[in-house]
Design a protein around this ligand. Structure first.
Ligand code: NDP
Length: 338
């Protein structure tokens, strides 16, 4: 056990895509757990796109981080000391540790991990991103065999899970991903029927033409992960009564995508095609998490669902890795090994 706690704090509010100066490494004494609390030595923490929104002070569905506050995030680690019932030294647990080497959290905000699957799966395929895919595909995608689904960020933890669940439900699945390597992964590892490299198309019209070729029957479900050029390309290809679960709009997280200025075309397609467009935030659905684990964990243990993790070593590398993930530098679920 090291004698100091290290944490990455929000040093400055970013403008557009964050830069390393927006973060600061802080050190201090390792905290002591009070009654009902647990001290965790964090082994890994997650990096997720939603964290970008928390760095702004604009109001959103969740509170902003304060300047100087530890960057938010889920982590996993070993219990060093417990003052909470149900947790013993050495237990491997997960909770909202933040980007830090140690965390003290109330026992009722922690979960002991299932040892039958690798602990890091709790951050991706068996955690919030996998659960997002599992929940919202059924609830808002309403997939039917024979339909076509299109999804971008297709090799990320949300996209890869949506693609595999849709394929298992009998849909034609079309991936949009950044670069040849990710397109190959989408086809070979995650079983998509077709894959398109969005980086090869600077214009929405060109991307739309490429998509039209691999979606001969149109698009029934467009799972929205990205917004921007991709939303503009796909929406006119939607079939009547198509569904668009709106999960994320990462192309706009830095506020710079000029396609945002052309949104009226997209909204018109929503009207004329009578599309169902459902925004959702996974936090509203946590009561379904035990059912998700019960169904999906055995499939992970049996190797029936593929997943990919992109693990970078060193807490000090979290800011640069996070910045890279926001612009496609990750291949799979982005994780920091503290
Ligand atoms: P990923 O690990 O897939 O990382 C983000 C990916 O987005 C990048 O790797 C890149 O993939 C892609 N991307 C970034 N910028 C662009 C762009 N301008 N155009 C096209 N693609 C881009 O992320 P997750 O799977 O964790 O999350 C996917 C989405 O789901 C995000 O928008 C996230 O905010 C959202 N989300 C929403 C939740 C909710 O409750 N609503 C819950 C969880 C996630 P590539 O290189 O292939 O382009």
């Amino acid at each position: 056990m090291t004698s100091q706690m290290r944490r990455i704090a929000l040093a400055r509010r970013p403008s557009g895509v964050p830069v390393p100066e927006d973060f600061a490494m802080e050190t201090g004494p390792i905290p002591t757990p009070g009654a009902g609390e647990v001290l965790i030595e964090v082994s890994h923490h997650s990096l997720d796109p939603y964290m970008r929104g928390r760095m702004d002070d604009a109001g959103s569905y969740a509170a902003s981080l304060e300047l100087g506050e530890t960057m938010i995030g889920q982590g996993i680690g070993r219990v060093l000391a417990s003052e909470a019932e149900g947790f013993a030294q050495g237990d491997v647990v997960t909770g909202m540790t933040g980007w830090a080497s140690h965390a003290v959290l109330p026992g009722d905000q922690l979960r002991v991990l299932d040892p039958s699957v690798p602990a890091t799966t709790a951050l991706g395929v068996l955690g919030m991103p996998g659960f997002t895919a599992w929940t919202a595909l059924r609830e808002y995608g309403r997939p039917k065999a024979g339909e076509t689904l299109v999804i971008a960020a297709a090799t990320g933890p949300v996209g890869a899970m949506v693609g595999q669940l849709a394929k298992a439900a009998g849909l034609r699945t079309v991936a949009i991903a950044g670069g040849d390597q990710k397109c190959q992964l989408a086809l070979e590892k995650f079983g998509f029927d077709a894959a398109i490299d969005h980086r090869a198309h600077s214009e929405a019209n060109s991307l739309r033409a490429a998509l039209a070729e691999v979606c001969p029957d149109g698009v029934d479900i467009y799972w929205e992960n990205v917004g921007g050029k991709i939303l503009e390309a796909v929406t006119p290809l939607m079939n009547v009564h198509g569904r668009i679960p709106v999960c994320g709009t990462i192309a706009w997280y830095g506020g710079s995508d000029e396609a945002a200025n052309r949104l009226p075309q997209v909204w018109r397609a929503i009207l004329t095609k009578r599309l169902s467009v459902n925004g959702f935030i996974i936090f509203d659905h946590w009561d379904g998490f035990p059912a998700f684990l019960e169904e999906v964990a055995p499939k992970i243990a049996a190797g029936e669902i593929a997943y990919l993790e992109d693990i970078t070593e060193g807490l000090e590398n979290a800011p640069q890795t996070f910045i890279g993930m926001l612009t496609g530098g990750n291949t799979g679920k982005t994780i920091i090994k503290v």
